[in-house]
Ligand binder design. Structure first.
Ligand code: ADP
Ligand code: ZN
Ligand code: MG
Length: 491
């Protein structure tokens, strides 16, 4: 166990190797192989039928929408979609699996050979390979807590049995916990853009198992891996991986060997612990599902589905950076969801200067939302308000200081910007002689800066503009102020 942090020179000797397995529930109206509602939060055991309960003689019928969603996700992840894939039975006994097997795909999954591009710490882009994407069904849920007799009993809710899933397995291409975090963030973003899942981790719509091993840098072979299960947030994946990497290095440094095993992440303790070893691993006795024919994805279906792909986050960022002159950081924030990007783009097109819209939206409104712990949807300021604010700023009708004051009022009173602006119409000093008088005062009070300016340090002009703006309590017309400062200095 990593008791104390390992010395950096010890850590530096090793290279972590990480591969992620992600289960994603598909947003279909009904389950994968029956007509039961696929709905989170229904009363226990109400969305069940002979098929998903695994009663004898009941036969599965594949949900076409699940195939469409799996295909859409596969295409969005750059996978090759197999024309003929095979469903297989994965056999194991567990109380939440009344059939005694899970319908999955084994050696012929619906899609393979994809990738996700992730930005690295060095500012480059790295492709993490996707080994496979296959379709399967979810199991039910054991309820261990929350009942008066929970100490002695476990309850079962079988509503989740037969929920359609895709499992996305990455190549062991990931090298740091941060990279794993990035991979998951980009994966979730792509899945949300395609609309195949809500990716809600609290409700279990997206679940991640993290495989990790370490090896001495330059070693030709991978080390023995441990699989960390039950990690229910991306932040925890990062913590669990960092913990596990150090634990494994410590084992090896002490002369021991890493065991191949499944481990559980314990968020409360911030550590992983052993769940079952390789010897206790399941033998799933996979065999082709006799109740389902091979799944055929025809070239026509593939082409039709391809047409439903939206512009994906990465492509959208590249386009938006070019179209609106955004920086990379802002482009990432603005494309975090399709809805947000759509709203930004509508505002950017309506406004005089898209860059200003980005700045007002992210710095002024975004900053206040963040400070208050609010979501974008809870903002008192509408996109119309943001367009107005950006235009007023761009036309020099209000100063940035006045803008801040107006937004303060919007957030205090929970009122939209146009309402606050109309009511409080901030004073603007547009009288040249009044502004000139303030400039003279500032110049007289700062002879050293004037000298600097005259000696060629032109950036000092900004200092004077700032000082006068401050003296005017933010009320000087910015365009006029700029012009007059330059005139004074040059004249
Ligand atoms: P298993 O047979 O134990 O299920 P797989 O080969 O199917 O293992 O791989 C499962 C996941 O573990 C994949 O995401 C893969 O990239 C990753 N993986 C495989 N070998 C290693 C390793 N030595 N270290 C880290 N991750 C690995
Ligand atoms: Zn059913
Ligand atoms: Mg495997």
């Amino acid at each position: 166990m990593p008791a104390a942090a390992l010395a950096p020179e010890i850590l530096a000797k090793y290279e972590p190797v990480i591969g992620l397995e992600v289960h994603v529930q598909l947003l279909t109206a009904t389950k994968a192989f029956c007509g039961c509602a696929n709905h989170f939060g229904s009363a226990p055991n109400t969305n069940v039928c002979p098929v998903c309960l695994g009663l004898p003689g009941a036969l599965p019928v594949l949900n076409a929408k699940a195939v469409e969603f799996a295909t859409l996700a596969a295409l969005a992840l750059g996978c090759e979609v197999r024309e003929r894939s095979i469903f297989a039975r994965k056999n194991y006994f567990y109380p939440d699996l009344p059939k005694g097997y899970q319908i999955s795909q084994f050696d012929k999954p619906i899609a393979e050979h994809g990738f996700i591009a992730v930005p690295t710490a060095e500012g480059t882009i790295k492709r993490i390979g996707i080994t496979r994407l296959h379709m399967e069904e979810d199991a039910g849920k054991s309820l261990h807590d929350g009942f008066s007799d929970s100490a002695t009993r476990t309850y079962l809710d079988l509503n989740r049995c037969g929920t359609p899933l895709i499992e996305i397995v990455s190549e062991p291409d990931i090298r740091t916990a941060d990279e794993a975090f990035e991979y998951l963030t980009r994966l979730k973003e792509i899945l949300l853009y395609t609309g195949v899942s809500d990716c809600n981790m609290e409700e279990g719509s997206l679940r991640c198992d993290a495989n990790v091993s370490v090896r001495l840098k330059g070693a030709p072979k991978f080390g023995t891996k441990a699989e960390v299960k039950n990690v229910n947030s991306f932040r925890f994946v990062r913590l669990a991986l960092d913990y596990e990497i150090e634990r494994q290095i410590e084992v090896i440094e002490a002369g021991g060997r890493v065991m191949q095993e499944s481990r559980l992440w314990n968020a409360a303790e911030g550590r992983t612990h052993s769940m079952r070893s390789k010897e206790q691993a399941h033998d799933y006795r996979y065999f082709p599902e006799p109740d389902l024919p091979p799944l055929i994805v025809s070239p026509e279906f593939l082409a039709e589905t391809g047409k439903k792909l939206p512009e994906l986050p990465e492509a959208r960022r590249v386009r938006m950076i070019a179209e609106y002159e955004l920086n990379t950081q802002n482009a990432f924030t603005l494309t975090a969801s399709r809805e947000f990007a759509d709203r930004f783009e509508a505002a950017a097109r309506a406004a005089r200067n898209p860059r200003r819209v980005a700045n007002v939206l992210l710095s002024e409104v975004g900053g206040r939302l963040k400070a208050l712990g609010l979501e974008q949807e809870q903002s008192p300021v509408s996109m119309t308000g943001i367009v107005l604010a950006a235009d007023l700023l761009d036309e020099g009708q209000i100063s940035s200081k006045q803008l801040k004051q107006l937004f303060d009022v919007c957030f205090e009173k929970r009122e939209d910007f146009p309402i606050v602006y109309d009511r409080e119409k901030p004073q603007q000093i547009t009288d040249s002689s009044a502004i000139e008088a303030m400039i003279d005062e500032v110049l007289a009070a700062n002879p050293k800066q004037v000298e600097l300016y005259l000696a060629g340090k032109k950036t000092v002009a900004g200092f004077f503009v700032g000082q006068v703006m401050k003296a005017s309590k933010g009320q000087a017309n910015p365009a006029l102020l700029n012009e007059l400062v330059m005139k004074k200095l040059e004249g």
